[in-house]
Ligand binder design. Structure first.
Ligand code: G1P
Length: 299
């Protein structure tokens, strides 16, 4: 048994250049799927997993993320006075009671590993989660991080979410080689950041959910720039492997890569089709759009 994770790190200092010009003023983590920004989905997943301290690693230009999690007194008062209780609950539940947000600045964009290292002072000496909000994971049952936190609590091993990707895409991901899986977990033998398909040790890719032992911080401190000239979390995990077991975890759920245009579209379609109020009209308008374009009807 290992202590339950209580703290989650959200690296949100990236520039979001793929979504320019929108991301000139709106951080990519604030792009919405239906009516909630991407960051909210990741935050809800962390809270569901048992986290009560959320550490946002941000940069000095990203006020929108901090503003979003700040209490909106005037708005709340207005909604309360006009009896809009449903909307009031939505606004209040952005950060439920008992959950605190901590903001840490990453002064320079030196990579994901460096971003996680910036959270060291807040995390201290306990296992913690890292969630990359670009990776949106949809599941009808428990969220991906809750699945992993339960497994990590039982084994004490660090845990990294993985999924199979087409081999031609390995250069977009951290890739792991594992021992045989027992259920959803397989011990990682090797991990490498963004290998070309011909040298990738497998096509099992790292997805942006991690449960890490705090030992990772001292390893990050001595991690040199790697792929893309950045300090990579993957390289520190490779060093951790030499000391203790780290498990790959095949989560239950569908992952959308909302760091790409098509991934954001796919996620929007999926959430609309699954939405309690919007699903019928979403389905209808998709059928209309396809038939207007001369494409066969949806089944
Ligand atoms: C990061 C990690 C990579 C992981 C990916 C998942 O890469 O460095 O190992 O596979 O997230 O989304 P990025 O997409 O930030 O380049």
């Amino acid at each position: 048994m290992s202590p339950r994770i209580r703290k989650a790190v959200f690296p949100v200092a990236g520039l979001g250049t793929r979504f320019l010009p929108a991301t000139k003023t709106v951080p990519k983590e604030m792009l919405p799927i239906i009516d909630r920004p991407l960051i909210q989905y990741a935050v809800d997943e962390a809270i569901e997993a048992g986290c009560d301290t959320l550490v946002f690693v941000t940069n000095r230009y990203k006020h929108a993320v901090a503003d979003y999690f700040d209490k909106a007194y005037e708005l709340e008062q207005k909604l309360e006075r006009s009896g809009k209780t449903e909307q009031l609950e939505l606004v209040r539940n952005v950060l439920p009671e008992g959950v605190r947000a901590v903001f840490v600045t990453q002064a320079e964009a030196l990579g994901l590993g460096h971003a996680v290292l910036c959270a060291k002072a807040v995390i201290g000496d306990e296992p913690f989660a890292v969630l990359l909000p670009d990776d949106l994971i949809w599941n009808r049952g428990p969220g991906a991080l809750k699945q992993m936190a339960d497994a990590a609590e039982a084994t004490g091993a660090s845990m990294i979410a993985v999924q199979d990707v087409p081999r031609e895409q390995t250069a977009s991901y951290g890739i792991v080689a594992t021992e045989a899986f027992a259920g959803r977990q397989g011990r990682i033998r090797a991990i490498v950041e963004k290998p070309q398909p011909d040298v990738a040790p497998s096509n099992l890719a790292v997805v942006g959910r991690y449960v890490l032992n705090p030992r990772i911080f001292s390893l990050l401190e001595s991690t040199k720039p790697g792929a893309g000239g950045e300090i990579q979390l993957t390289d520190a995990i490779a060093a951790l492997l030499a000391e203790e077991s780290v498990n790959a975890y095949r989560f239950q759920g569908t992952r959308f890569d909302c760091g790409t245009h098509i991934g954001l579209i796919e996620a929007t379609i999926r959430y609309a089709l699954d939405h309690e109020k919007l699903s019928d009209s979403a389905r209808q308008l998709m059928q209309n759009a396809l038939s207007e374009l001369g494409v066969e009807e949806l089944g």
